[in-house]
Write a protein that binds this ligand. Structure first.
Ligand code: NAD
Length: 450
């Protein structure tokens, strides 16, 4: 069996790879298990040095990785370059974290009590197709820093950069068997990793539906799981906001990565008194988003990942379209930037994760109404609040049921700050020092001194 990797902008085959199954998964877990004791025992200094070297190799091979990611995912080359830059930064950060992951001493009677942060063992990392290299690094960095060995399963549509990263890990001096990459279907390789008794933890990023199954299957072996799942984030614009700035930024917060972003602010909530004005500004801004050849330096949005996915995205657009952009001619899984609305929060486009360049504009009456609508979703990943009133900004940021929120900005992700969801967007945190908690276990040791 083989996996055909396609360029979504041209529909051409980029690579044919052997497909792994259960047998290959078991073999990879066995390799990782064998490599674990000596990797766990590598002293902090040399382990940090290897991660630092990996970061440098990602930088040195940055252009190659970015081109590979663009050809495989269809994302604009400028985005891919930015993402590769973040990957290097992630490994730099976690190289620095190796010797700062402290335990504690706790006052007790009759002796000394101390805690250690122990690695878990073999961890399974399951990654989606929208940010293949980035999300791999968010898991690999803390997993390796804590002393775990890894079996990484990229999405079958986009495995190329993860495979290249594994080569760079070896070149960085990380021993054979510590980082294993498997290309194969989720329901076979992913499922086996989740069920495998020798896998201690699953770090999963993907849809809420598959995440639910991962959590269920992990229960059989009481496997640790962290789940980074879907979103339906709100971009809340109050009448007192800098409307020009909010409207100019809004399209990029939902059409970025062609809308295939778990943090997409795909619901724009606008205070009714400024709805018409904001909609006008938003449509003007959406007209400016440049679609085209992802390898072109000036392109801002590429195609969707597949024909099948395009069909699903199209099913959300069935009327009340305020704006529909143009798409390039010729081959590729293109879908236009689309603004829908005004709609209510009850409509399908406002309730489900579209995962395409479609934004729903929803009016609200006042602050309480904005909070109610923003929270009326099973998801809770990301979001924004736009207002010039500082007290309101903090009140609303605290009231929103979401793991990540920005005020007068649409940025969600930084290397040094925690990222993850509330509610059905998952649990556990990636990035920053918080990310280490998902890849280590606290051990308590008491030493009697009397
Ligand atoms: P998906 O859930 O279909 O697949 C994710 C990964 O799980 C893939 O590697 C897939 O092969 C694997 N998988 C599929 N079935 C499996 C099974 N039964 N057992 C184990 N693994 C299995 O998601 P996708 O379509 O690749 O990605 C899009 C989704 O990911 C969206 O819902 C998006 O919101 C979410 N996402 C979340 C975050 C976040 O950090 N919260 C980031 C990016 C994407």
């Amino acid at each position: 069996m083989s996996v055909t990797v396609v360029n979504p902008a041209t529909e051409e085959t980029v690579a044919e790879l052997d497909e792994a199954g259960v047998e290959e998964t078991d073999a990879a877990v066995a390799r990782a298990k064998e490599a674990f004791p000596s990797w766990r025992d590598v002293a902090p200094g040399p382990r940090a040095a290897m991660l630092r070297r990996l970061a440098t190799l990602v930088e040195e091979n940055g252009e190659e990785l970015a081109r590979l990611e663009t050809r495989n995912v269809g994302k604009p080359i400028s985005d891919s370059r930015g993402e590769v830059g973040m990957v290097a930064e992630v490994f730099h950060f976690y190289s620095g974290a190796v010797d700062k992951h402290y335990g504690e001493t706790i006052p007790v009677a009759g002796g000394v009590d101390m805690t250690f942060r122990e690695p878990l063992g073999v961890v399974g990392l399951i990654v989606p197709w929208n940010f293949p290299l980035n999300i791999s690094s968010w898991k690999l960095g803390p997993a390796l820093a804590c002393g775990n060995t890894v079996v990484l399963k990229p999405a079958e549509l986009t495995p190329l950069t993860a495979l290249r990263l594994a080569e760079l890990a070896l070149e960085a001096g990380i021993p054979e068997g510590v980082v294993n990459v498997l290309v194969g279907p989720g329901r076979v390789v992913g499922q086996r990793l989740v069920e495998h008794p020798e896998v201690a933890k699953i770090g999963f990023t993907g849809s809420t539906e598959v995440g639910r199954g991962v959590m269920q299957a992990a229960a059989a072996t009481i496997k640790r799981v962290t789940l980074e799942l879907g979103g339906k984030s709100a971009n809340v614009v109050f009448a007192d906001a800098d409307l020009e700035k909010a409207a100019a930024a809004a399209p990029y917060a939902v059409f970025g990565n062609a809308g295939q972003d778990c943090c997409a602010r795909s619901r724009v909530l606008v205070e009714r008194t400024v709805l018409d004005r904001f909609l006008e500004l938003l449509v003007d801004a959406a007209k400016g988003v440049k679609l085209g050849d992802p390898e072109d330096e000036s392109t801002e949005m590429g195609p969707l990942i597949s024909a099948e996915h395009r069909e699903r995205v199209a099913s959300f657009v069935d009327g009340n379209v305020a704006f529909r952009g143009e798409i390039p001619e010729g081959r590729g899984f293109w879908f236009p930037c689309t603004v829908v609305g005004p709609v209510t929060n009850e409509e399908r486009v406002a309730r489900e994760e579209v995962f395409g360049p479609v934004v729903a504009v929803i009016p609200f009456e006042d602050e309480a109404d904005a909070i109610r609508i923003a929270n009326d979703t099973p998801y809770g990943l990301s979001g924004s609040v736009w207002t010039e009133n500082g007290s309101r900004a903090l009140r609303v940021a605290r009231a929103l049921e979401t793991g990540v929120i920005s005020v007068n900005s649409n940025s969600s992700v930084r290397v040094s700050t925690p990222f993850g969801g509330f509610k059905q967007s998952g649990f556990g945190r990636e990035l920053g020092m918080h990310g280490l908690a998902g890849y280590s276990e606290v051990k308590n040791v008491f030493v009697a001194t009397e």
